[in-house]
Design a protein around this ligand. Structure first.
Ligand code: ADP
Ligand code: MG
Ligand code: ZN
Length: 484
C-alpha cells in the first residue's frame, strides 16, 4: 500500500452460540443431523406459532459482553428484519436493532510485533440464524432448516483496525475468547464463526473516514486478510486515478483472488426493521450480570501473561500453550504435579506439552479435555529425567510406550529395562575400555584437541544403548584423561 494512504477496517462477526436448544423454540441445537430433522412449527415459520426466548442464549451473550468490557442493558428488545430468501421461511429474522444487549466494549489485541491496541466493540446483539440453501446437489436448490433459529451473537467492532494484520489479530483473539467462554466452537470452516469486513482508505492525517465497501464470503482468517489486502489496493487505485469509491457489498472470490460486486438488487436493502410484537422485552437482572461476571474464566492474554510470569517460561511458549484453554489447563496440571518444581522443570513441562504431547494429541485427533497421557504421568516423567533416573532421550521412548500401553513411567522403565545407568563402577569400566581401544584419540585429547571428549562419551553411550548417565560419564572420562 502506498504510504500516503491508511486503511480503516471494522469487522462484523457472527458467533453461533452452543446452547442446548435453539433461540426461540425447544428444537435441539446440533449440527450434522439429517436435513430438517431438527425443526418444529416455530423454526419452520408456520403462521400462528409463538417464539419463546431461550435464557441460555441471553446468558451467553451477556458473558461475552462482560468479557469484552461492554455495558449490559438490563432491558433490551427484539426487532424484525424483513427480507425474502428461501432459507428464511418467516420472511423476517428476529434480531436486535436499536438496543442490543451489550454495547460500548473493547478488545485489547496484540499484533505479532507485540504492540497492544484497544479495539472498540460497538455492540453485541442476539439474533437467530437462517437455514441453509444447498446448491451443489443435482439441479434443484435444497433447503435444510436445522440451522433456522439457532442463536447467534453478532459482534460489531468500531472502525479501529488499521491493517489486514490487525484484523487477523482481532479475529484470532475474538475466536479464542468465545472458545474460552465455551459459548461457541469457533469453527470457521463449518461456519460457526463468520466474518464480514468493512474497509475504507483515507490519506494519512485525514480525520474523517473514506467511503467503505463491505466484504462477504470470507470463510477463513487467511481469506479475510487476502480480501482486505486486495480491496485496499483497489480503493487506492480508484482514488489515485481520480475516481470515487461506491459504497457497496462485494463477495470475495478466493479462487480468483479478487472481490466481485454482489448483484445490485441483492445489495439494495430496505429491511423495514420494526419491533418484534411476539416477544416481550429482554430483562437481565443486575444480580444475573454479577453472577455471570463472577463465572468468567481467565481470558487468553491474561492467562498467557500469568503463565509466563508464574512459571518463568518464555512468552512465546505461554502463547502457544494458551491457544486453547484446555491445553493451558493441562500444562498447569503438569506444572503443579511436579515433585521438583523449578524454572528448569517448568520449562521442561512447557516443552513436553507443546512438543510430544501436542503431537500425539493431533495424531489421535483428541482435545486436551481428554488427554492421551494424564498430566500427572508427564510430571512423573519429567521428575525422573530431572533426577537423572533416565536421560531425556530415553524419556521420549518411555513416553511413546506410555502412550500406547497406558502404563506409568515407572512400569514402562522397569519392563523395558530403561533405567539410566548411574552405577559409577560399571561406567568407569566402560570408560576405561573406550580409552584403551582408542589410544590415538587419547593422545589427540592430551595434545589439546579436547573436543575428542564427545567421541568417548558417544562410545560409552553406545555400550549402554544410550542409558548411561551422561553427566557421570563426562566426569569419569575427564578424570581419566587428565589423570594417568
Ligand atoms: P451499518 O449500519 O451499515 O451496518 P455500522 O455503522 O453498523 O453500519 O457499521 C458496520 C461496520 O462497518 C462496523 O464494524 C464499523 O466499524 C464499520 N465501518 C463503519 N464505517 C466505516 C468506514 N468508513 N471504514 C471502514 N469500516 C467502517
Ligand atoms: Mg450492521
Ligand atoms: Zn424449532
Amino acid at each position: 500500500m502506498t504510504t500516503t494512504y491508511e486503511s480503516v477496517i471494522g469487522l462484523e462477526v457472527h458467533a453461533q452460540l452452543r446452547t442446548r436448544s435453539k433461540a426461540f423454540c425447544a428444537c435441539p441445537n446440533e449440527a450434522g443431523a439429517a436435513p430438517n430433522s431438527r425443526t418444529c412449527p416455530v423454526c419452520l415459520g408456520h403462521p400462528g406459532t409463538l417464539p419463546v426466548l431461550n435464557r441460555e442464549a441471553v446468558d451467553m451473550t451477556v458473558s461475552l459482553g462482560l468479557a469484552l468490557g461492554c455495558s449490559i442493558r438490563t432491558v433490551s428488545g427484539f426487532a424484525r428484519k424483513n427480507y425474502f430468501y428461501p432459507d428464511l421461511p418467516k420472511g423476517y429474522q428476529i434480531t436486535q436493532y436499536e438496543d442490543p444487549i451489550c454495547h460500548n466494549g473493547t478488545l485489547e489485541i496484540e499484533t505479532e510485533q507485540g504492540v497492544r491496541k484497544s479495539v472498540g466493540i460497538i455492540r453485541i446483539h442476539l439474533e437467530e440464524d437462517a437455514g441453509k440453501s444447498i446448491h451443489d446437489i443435482g439441479r434443484e436448490t435444497l433447503i435444510d432448516l436445522n440451522r433456522s433459529g439457532v442463536p447467534l451473537a453478532e459482534i460489531v467492532s468500531a472502525p479501529d483496525l488499521r491493517s489486514p494484520a490487525e484484523a487477523h489479530a482481532y479475529l484470532t483473539l475474538l475466536r479464542q475468547t468465545v472458545m474460552y467462554l465455551g459459548i461457541c466452537d469457533g469453527n470457521l470452516e463449518d461456519g460457526s464463526l463468520r466474518c464480514d469486513a468493512n474497509i475504507s482508505v483515507r490519506l494519512r492525517g485525514d480525520t474523517s473516514f473514506g467511503t467503505r465497501t463491505e466484504l462477504k464470503n470470507l470463510n477463513s482468517f487467511r481469506n479475510v486478510e487476502r480480501a482486505l489486502a486486495f480491496e485496499i489496493e483497489r480503493h487506492i487505485a480508484v482514488l489515485d486515478a481520480g475516481g470515487t469509491i461506491v459504497q457497496q457489498t462485494l463477495l470475495w472470490d478466493a479462487g480468483r483472488g479478487e472481490t466481485v460486486p454482489m448483484r445490485g438488487k441483492e445489495d439494495a436493502h430496505d429491511y423495514r426493521y420494526f419491533p418484534e410484537p411476539d416477544l416481550p422485552a429482554v430483562a437481565v437482572a443486575p444480580e444475573r450480570i454479577t453472577a455471570l461476571r463472577e463465572h468468567l474464566p481467565e481470558l487468553p492474554l491474561a492467562l498467557r501473561d500469568r503463565l509466563a510470569a508464574q512459571y518463568g517460561i518464555p512468552l512465546y511458549d505461554a502463547g502457544v500453550l494458551t491457544a486453547e484453554r484446555p491445553m493451558a489447563m493441562y500444562f498447569e496440571q503438569v506444572a503443579r504435579a511436579l515433585k521438583s518444581p523449578s524454572r528448569e522443570t517448568w520449562k521442561m513441562a512447557a516443552n513436553w506439552v507443546m512438543g510430544d504431547v501436542l503431537r500425539v494429541m493431533k495424531e489421535e485427533r483428541r482435545g486436551f479435555e481428554n488427554p492421551v497421557v494424564p498430566a500427572a504421568a508427564i510430571a512423573d516423567l519429567i521428575d525422573r529425567v530431572h533426577e537423572g533416573a533416565i536421560s531425556g532421550k530415553i524419556a521420549k521412548d518411555v513416553f511413546e510406550e506410555m502412550r500406547t500401553s497406558g502404563d506409568s513411567p515407572a512400569v514402562v522403565i522397569e519392563r523395558k529395562g530403561l533405567a539410566q545407568v548411574s552405577d559409577e563402577s560399571a561406567l568407569e569400566a566402560l570408560a576405561r575400555a573406550a580409552l584403551e581401544t582408542h589410544p590415538d584419540s587419547v593422545a589427540l585429547y592430551r595434545s589439546g584437541r579436547t573436543n575428542v571428549l564427545g567421541f568417548f562419551v558417544g562410545e560409552v553411550m553406545k555400550a549402554t544403548r544410550g542409558q548411561a548417565n551422561p553427566a557421570i560419564v563426562n566426569r569419569l572420562l575427564k578424570d581419566m584423561l587428565h589423570g594417568d
